[in-house]
Design a protein around this ligand. Structure first.
Ligand code: HEC
Ligand code: HEC
Ligand code: HEC
Length: 444
């Protein structure tokens, strides 16, 4: 978590920017425009260290609840620059349309001049529910499209907690010109895409399921990364949590697309093989027998999900376990020769830890057979992990967690990486589209 890592795409901002100020052709030419979006986080070499959040004074139960809920919303990851005061803002967000420049998160400490010290509780509730601040509309890089589902009570508790954090006089850098002028356009975007309204419980489901749905789709804002977006960067509600491409940092200052995996119950490419307990364990500790955290999930887990109560982690898992499977990844057409070449590379570079069977090894590495990362509808995360390696967030190393995986950027060519990745995506009943050396070159 160093400098410039937040590439929002989220900023439907720039889409509007693109729509209002540029020709639509430009918008379509931009990389991964339709499927892309939001962003946050770090990975690779510069592994985030969890941010120390100021504890709530113990006297007031509402403030205490607010501290917990602010964790669930992961406010701190987006509103803190590493090394600065928590919640003081100033974290840069970029869009894949790099020419649009940078937007910065705001100071949400109670400082009256530079923070939100003059905001009333009602102002705060309105911003969280409608994306409308006292001085105008906000960009959905701030995930109010999810926060709109959060109850008034919970939003008020977060407000009460934020009133107790130390006011910090700090003015984040100014947004680039386009973000200054395109703000008014968000009203149109909201009218088209914001489904304003609180979470409605499903009475045919258990209380636990409803709690999980409330957290995943409200404060947890998982869909901000895991749901594909349309051309105007609104989440596609018919493809809820099907997996999506999000631009993010791989090394300090270097952005690449990542694939935030399919979180539904698809057997191929999704979490179909994970039990409720497996999901819960991953969310709460950052690892389970199938996978470990790295990349953009590092901050989500370190700063947010690892602080969940056991009950809330289980509730999230119960809800995710109920998601109907998205379409499965297709088996790949690959020649015998290609398989042989891929296998040789796998035996040379990967077998040592992931085993010939693809099942991984105890204390060594998680399985690649059945892996959602390996079988992603988009191979972006698989390419990143091979090029840049994988490292769990610091401070998140409970007993039994996977160690880190080395980078192969200097050890393998684009052709070799594509060949080994195709081998992994077509072996042991894995599925996934075929990749080319050009796909790898784009992410190197
Ligand atoms: C994914 C990143 C992200 C997360 C998570 C996030 N925010 Fe933000 N937030 C932003 C960005 C970026 C802005 C600036 C938006 C703009 O300028 O239009 C912002 C703006 C705001 C504003 C408006 C402040 C102002 O001065 O106008 C408030 C209030 C706010 N966030 C509160 C929160 C709270 C509370 C949470 C946690 C429950 C939270 N945010 C979580 C990115 C995030
Ligand atoms: C900032 C974007 C972002 C947010 C927010 C986010 N994720 Fe992820 N998630 C990713 C990416 C990218 C990956 C794949 C690469 C990685 O592990 O970092 C991923 C991977 C995962 C995995 C699969 C791991 C595997 O190895 O198969 C699970 C499970 C998961 N996320 C659950 C969640 C849940 C639940 C939430 C909401 C509470 C959430 N994520 C929020 C970006 C995000
Ligand atoms: C020295 C041991 C080692 C080697 C060699 C190695 N890996 Fe890994 N791999 C790991 C570890 C450890 C993880 C888990 C990292 C984490 O969770 O942060 C991992 C994770 C992965 C994952 C993500 C699995 C998931 O679903 O979460 C994939 C895919 C992967 N490796 C592919 C490969 C490929 C392909 C190669 C060969 C080019 C390779 N690995 C070589 C140790 C290794």
């Amino acid at each position: 978590m160093m400098t410039l890592r937040k590439m929002v795409m989220h900023g439907a901002a720039m889409v509007l920017g693109a729509g209002l100020f540029l020709s639509p052709a430009v918008a379509q030419d931009a990389p991964a425009a339709s499927d892309a979006p939001v962003t946050t986080n770090t990975p690779g070499v510069d592994v985030p260290t969890p941010v120390d959040v100021p504890p709530a004074p113990t006297v007031d139960p509402q403030v205490q609840r607010g501290e917990y809920l602010a964790r669930m919303g992961n406010c701190v990851s987006c509103h803190t620059v590493h090394g600065n005061e928590p919640f003081a803002g100033g974290l840069p967000f970029k869009t894949p349309y790099m020419f649009l420049g940078t937007m910065y998160s705001t100071n949400i400490t109670p400082d009256e001049e530079t923070g939100i010290g003059t905001w009333s509780e009602a102002d705060f509730v309105k911003a969280m529910h409608t994306g409308e601040g006292p001085s105008g509309p906000l960009y959905p890089a701030f995930p109010y499209t999810s926060f709109t589902k959060v109850t008034d009570d919970d939003v008020k508790a977060i407000y009460a907690y934020l009133r107790t954090v130390k006011p910090v006089k700090y003015e984040p850098p100014s947004n680039s010109f386009i973000f200054v002028v395109a703000r008014f356009g968000m009203k149109i975007w909201n009218a088209m895409f914001l489904e304003e309204g609180r979470f409605v419980a499903d009475s045919s489901q258990s209380e636990e399921w409803n709690r999980g749905a409330y957290l995943v789709n409200g404060l947890g804002h998982c869909s901000a990364c895991h749901t594909p977006r349309n051309l105007l960067l609104a989440e596609k509600s018919t493809e809820h949590l099907w997996g999506a491409v999000v631009p993010d940092v791989v090394l300090e200052g270097e952005y690449r697309p990542w694939f935030a995996v399919n979180l539904t119950q698809s057997k191929q490419g999704g979490l179909g093989a994970w039990s409720v307990d497996d999901i819960k364990r991953y969310l709460k500790t950052g690892h389970n027998k199938f996978a470990g955290t790295f990349g953009p999930m590092n901050e989500v887990i370190a700063n947010s999900l690892s602080h969940m109560t056991e009950e809330d982690a289980k509730a999230m898992a119960v809800y995710l376990k109920s998601l109907p499977p998205a379409p499965e990844s297709e088996p790949m057409q690959i020649t015998e020769e290609e398989t042989k070449a891929g296998e040789a590379l796998y035996l040379k570079h990967c077998e040592e830890c992931h085993a010939k069977t693809g099942r991984g090894g105890f204390m060594k590495a998680p399985p690649v057979a059945g892996s959602a990362i390996a079988q992603g509808r988009d191979p972006a995360s698989l390419i990143n992990i091979i090029l840049y390696g994988a490292e769990p967030a610091k401070g998140l190393n409970p007993p039994g967690a996977w160690e880190s995986m080395r980078s192969f950027r200097d050890r393998m060519t684009d052709e070799e990486i594509a060949a080994v990745a195709n081998y992994v995506r077509s072996s042991w009943k894995n599925g996934g589209s075929k990749m080319t050396p050009q796909d790898v070159a784009k992410q190197r």
